[in-house]
Design a protein around this ligand. Structure first.
Ligand code: ADP
Ligand code: MG
Length: 235
């Protein structure tokens, strides 16, 4: 990543009109992400991707609601990779991105997509969904740039490890926020957010837009720079 390439990318982002994009190749994104998408055979964006990725690339916080199967995973993973890339994140920089998912199964699915589209990046990424050896898991977390995890397991680590470093975090993703809340994780999420720096970007995705999801958005998204998107596929 040379300086000129990053400057070009920043210029493309500021010149970019978030409307009227249909394919991933039209997005102002880095070569590694573009390559990962191409190698994974992703070409045309879904409705929620078209509406949220351009805004998220410009740094906006997002509450995105779209039904299951509409492509929400790429809607947050692409901005996540780009945020770290544009911040010149290296493996030595510690944890830069956190993705919270309600269940182990969904966390594994997110991680698989991240491995596919992030294959040309050099970030370290890991899953933390509870294992037998908590100490080994903590040692591993300290070396990760991108962490995909379930809320309960993360809070357990935060409570047990004094040196758990979240102070550099650039981007927080809450995926399936409605399910996270249905599963009774509201207090856990509140406690996690207390540990995070305020000047981060937050992307919150949900299949439904309930009052409790809107409440969580109010708590976690930036009050003056957030977009609320509700995407329905056109027939
Ligand atoms: P959601 O999180 O909204 O339920 P996913 O992100 O799991 O949806 O995506 C659902 C399916 O659609 C996955 O199989 C994924 O690979 C596929 N998909 C997502 N985005 C695209 C796209 N732009 N083009 C083709 N397939 C896509
Ligand atoms: Mg999903």
């Amino acid at each position: 990543r040379d300086v000129k390439e990053l400057e070009d990318l920043e210029r493309r982002i500021s010149d970019f009109d978030p409307k009227d994009v249909t394919t991933f190749t039209e997005l102002p994104i880095s070569k590694p992400t573009a390559n990962g998408l191409k190698l994974s055979h992703f070409a045309t964006m879904t409705e929620i991707q078209k509406q949220s990725i351009p805004l998220a690339l410009k740094g906006t916080d997002i509450l995105g609601a779209a039904k299951t199967g509409s492509g929400k995973t790429l809607a947050f993973l692409i901005p996540l990779l780009e945020t770290l890339y544009r911040d010149r994140w290296t493996q030595q920089d510690g944890l830069g991105a956190l993705v919270l998912s309600p269940t182990r199964e969904l966390a594994i699915q997110i991680f698989d997509v991240l491995r596919k589209i992030g294959r040309a990046h050099s970030f370290s990424a890991g899953l933390v969904i509870g294992g037998k050896d908590a100490q080994a898991e903590r040692d591993r977390i300290s070396r990760l740039n991108i962490l995909v995890c379930t809320p309960g397991r993360l809070l357990q680590h935060m409570d047990q490890a004094a040196g758990f470093e979240m102070g550099n975090l650039k981007i927080l993703v809450l995926d399936e926020a409605d399910r996270i809340l249905d599963m009774g994780f509201r207090k856990t999420i509140d406690a996690i957010i207390q540990h995070l720096p305020k000047n981060r970007q937050t992307l919150l995705f949900s299949a439904t837009q309930t009052k409790s999801v809107t409440d969580l958005a109010r708590l976690s998204l930036s009050p003056n720079a957030a977009e609320y998107i509700s995407a329905h596929e056109k027939a």
